[in-house]
Design a binder for this molecule. Structure first.
Ligand code: SAH
Length: 218
């Protein structure tokens, strides 16, 4: 399957257009736009569907899994304000596309997935593309205490509430980005850890994610 990792002018062109589209939708962080412009999203697709890879849509990529919509990935990435060397916990590895964007932004990524088939697929595919994240299998709704604290935490599945246990795994000054709501729609929530005991919470736009399933979730 060596053909899979070919980045032709057609895909590069489509990727540039996607970046312009995201700009027009309000993504302003140049570093995030550059990261989107770098990660070959078609590598996550079967060649038959390469014509779908740079549309701003979520897409089923087999195994019952979906690659997130580029706008959503860019939106969450922007909210995280990643700086080089940030230790980031990602809950819901899925395809690993968001993981790659975080790594392009200079983060050291710890990512956890609860579905074994997806986990097994992604730990093979991502390093093959050159993205060597720290992969974990299990319920991420409780974070990963062993590697805490994190500069940033991103949840890429819809949660019923903000798990307290995740807040405790944030560094002071750290940011959590998590979609919170019901099964149909979620509000993007960011929580900043101000000090040992205080947090500031902001509510932003509405999205639709697959559910976060686990001990501190659905
Ligand atoms: N970030 C992915 C999209 C992930 S879709 C991308 O860039 O394409 C959400 C993923 O979260 C699914 O793969 C789902 O299995 C996973 N998930 C749901 N609940 C979870 C939990 N408690 N812990 C870890 N992963 C979870």
């Amino acid at each position: 399957m060596a053909y899979k990792f070919v980045d032709n002018y057609r895909e590069r062109g489509a990727r540039k257009k996607l970046v312009e589209h995201l700009k027009s939708r309000g993504i302003a962080d140049e570093r995030v736009l550059t990261a989107i412009g770098k990660v070959p999203r078609h590598f996550f697709f079967d060649e038959t569907f390469w014509n779908q890879a740079y549309k701003d849509i979520a897409f089923p990529i087999g195994d019952g899994q979906t690659i997130s919509q580029p706008y959503t990935v860019a939106y969450q990435s922007e909210l995280l304000h990643i700086v080089k060397g940030d230790k980031v916990l990602e809950i819901g590895t899925g395809s690993g596309y968001q993981t790659c964007i975080l790594m392009e932004l200079g983060a050291e990524v710890y990512t956890i997935e609860r579905q074994e088939s997806i986990y097994k697929h992604t730990i093979r595919v991502l390093p093959g593309m050159g993205y060597k994240a720290n992969f974990f299998f299990g319920d991420g709704s409780m974070g990963i205490a062993d590697h805490a604290p994190y500069s940033k935490i991103i949840v890429t599945a819809g949660a019923p509430f903000v798990p307290e246990i995740l807040l405790k795994q944030l560094k002071i000054g750290g940011i959590l980005v998590i979609p919170v709501g019901n099964e149909h729609s979620q509000t993007m929530v960011t929580v900043i850890r101000v000090n040992e005991t205080e947090y500031e919470r902001f509510e932003l736009d509405t999205f639709r994610f697959v559910p976060l399933v686990g001990d501190q979730a659905w």
